[in-house]
Design a protein around this ligand. Structure first.
Ligand SMILES: *Cc1c(COP(=O)(O)O)cnc(C)c1O
Length: 371
C-alpha cells in the first residue's frame, strides 16, 4: 500500500519534473535543442561545451527518467549502446562475466565478439537457475527478468545478495518491465540497463536506451564511456523519448490489464498448446513477479502447434503488427524461432498494445478460429 502511494507520487512528479526550473515565459514542454557547439568564450565556468559531452535535451529526458528510477540516469542512442556501456564500465580484468543463456541474444553476441577476444571469461546461466548459480570469480552478474522472449524470472534481491557476497557488480536489464513496473536498484542491483526503444519510446519510431545507478564511481565510468566512445544519443531522439515517457504509466496500465485478460482467454483456448504470462497464478513466473514487481507486463508467450499455424495466426489477426520488437501502442507478434531463439517453432511473442481489449480479443479469437 505504501509502495503504491510512493509509486503514484513518483508518476505524478514525473509529469511536473521541469516545473521548479521554469522561468516566466519558458516553454512547459522541453525544447528540442540540436546543437554540437555552444557559445564558449571562457573555459573556466560551467555550461554546455560540446555535443559529445552533454546536450540540453538529453538532460531533460535523463531528469525525467531519474524520477522513475530513483537514481541518476545516462542516456544512450539504443538499448545495446546502454548495455555495452554498462558492461565496459563494470568489467574487471581476470574476472568472469555471468550472462543469462535465455536473455536478449544480442548481449551474448556482443560478449562473444567484444569481451571474449580480450580474455574475459563469459559464462551462461539460465534465468531460472541464477538464484543458485556459482558466482565465484565473477566481476559481473547480469540478469534479465522477465527474460525476453521466454518470460522466465529470477529473484533480483536474492541474486544480488549472492552476487555481492562473491564480489560481483549486478546489472539488470529491465526492458521487459520498465522502471514503472519494477525497480531493480531498490532490490539491490548496482546498474539498471534498459532499451527505451520499447515501451518508454512506445511508438515504434525511435531507438534509445539508458543506464541508471546509485554508485557514483560506476556511473562516472558509464558517463565517461559515452563521452569517450562517442555513443551519444541525438537530440530529436531524446525529445521523442521524453514525450513517450509522459504517457508510459498510462499506456502500461492499459497494456498490462489487457494482457491479463487475453492471457487468461488464450490459456483456456483449445488451439493454444502452451501459454506463458507472469500474471497467471499458475505460471512458473507468477510468485516471484508478484513479489518484486508492480505489475506483470504486457508480453505473452503463446505456442501454437507449428510454425505454419503461428505464421497463419499473425497473417489472419487484423491487430497484430508483424514485426520484431515490442512495447508499442499497437499489439505486435513475432515467431521467435525464426531468429534462432531457443523456443518451439510455433512460439509467438505477443506484445499487447493499447487497443480496446474486446476489439483486440475479437481479432485474436477470429484468427485462432482459422489457423
Ligand atoms: C530490445 C532489447 C534490447 C536492445 O535494445 P536496442 O534499442 O534494440 O538496442 C536489450 N535488451 C532487451 C531485453 C531488449 O528487448
Amino acid at each position: 500500500m505504501t509502495m503504491r502511494n510512493d509509486d503514484d507520487r513518483r508518476f505524478a512528479e514525473l509529469l511536473h519534473h521541469r516545473s521548479a526550473r521554469l522561468e516566466q515565459g519558458d516553454p512547459v514542454a522541453p525544447p528540442l535543442v540540436s546543437a554540437a557547439t555552444y557559445h564558449l568564450p571562457r573555459s573556466d565556468v560551467g555550461g554546455f561545451v560540446y555535443g559529445r559531452m552533454s546536450m540540453p535535451t538529453w538532460e531533460e529526458v535523463e531528469a525525467q527518467m531519474a524520477v522513475l528510477e530513483g537514481a541518476p540516469c545516462v542516456s544512450f542512442p539504443s538499448g545495446m549502446a546502454a548495455i555495452s556501456a554498462a558492461l565496459f564500465a563494470a568489467v574487471v580484468p581476470g574476472k568472469r562475466v555471468v550472462l543469462p543463456s535465455d536473455g536478449y541474444y544480442t548481449v551474448r553476441l556482443f560478449a562473444e565478439q567484444f569481451l571474449m577476444p580480450f580474455g574475459v571469461q563469459v559464462d551462461y546461466v539460465p534465468t531460472v537457475d541464477m538464484e543458485k548459480a556459482d558466482f565465484s570469480g565473477a566481476g559481473i552478474v547480469y540478469i534479465e527478468t522477465p527474460s525476453n522472449p521466454g518470460l522466465e524470472v529470477c529473484d533480483i534481491a536474492a541474486v544480488a545478495a549472492r552476487a555481492h557476497s562473491a564480489g560481483a557488480v549486478v546489472i539488470v536489464d529491465n526492458t521487459t518491465m520498465t522502471a514503472v513496473l519494477q525497480r531493480p536498484l531498490d532490490l539491490g542491483a548496482d546498474l539498471v540497463v534498459a532499451a527505451d526503444t520499447k515501451a518508454p519510446g512506445g511508438h515504434s519510431d525511435v531507438l534509445f536506451g539508458h543506464v541508471a545507478g546509485r554508485d557514483a564511481v560506476l556511473m562516472q565510468k558509464v558517463r565517461d564511456w559515452r563521452k569517450l566512445s562517442g555513443a551519444v544519443p541525438g537530440a530529436f531522439e531524446a525529445w521523442l523519448v521524453h514525450r513517450g515517457i509522459e504517457t508510459l504509466e498510462l499506456r502500461l496500465s492499459r497494456m498490462c490489464a489487457s494482457a491479463k485478460v487475453i492471457a487468461e482467454r488464450l490459456a483456456a483456448h483449445p488451439k493454444v498448446r502452451a501459454l506463458r504470462y507472469p500474471g497467471l497464478p499458475g505460471d512458473p513466473s507468477y510468485a516471484v513477479t508478484a513479489r518484486q514487481a508492480r505489475g506483470f507486463g504486457f508480453l505473452i508467450g503463446m505456442t501454437l502447434e507449428s510454425a505454419e499455424r503461428a505464421e497463419r495466426f499473425l497473417e489472419a489477426c487484423p491487430y497484430m503488427a508483424r514485426t520484431t520488437s515490442f512495447g508499442s501502442t499497437h499489439s505486435a507478434g513475432e515467431r521467435r524461432a525464426r531468429w534462432g531463439d531457443a523456443v518451439p517453432e510455433g512460439f509467438l511473442r505477443l506484445s499487447i498494445g493499447v487497443e480496446p481489449v474486446e476489439a483486440l480479443w475479437d481479432g485474436i479469437s477470429a484468427a485462432l478460429d482459422v489457423v
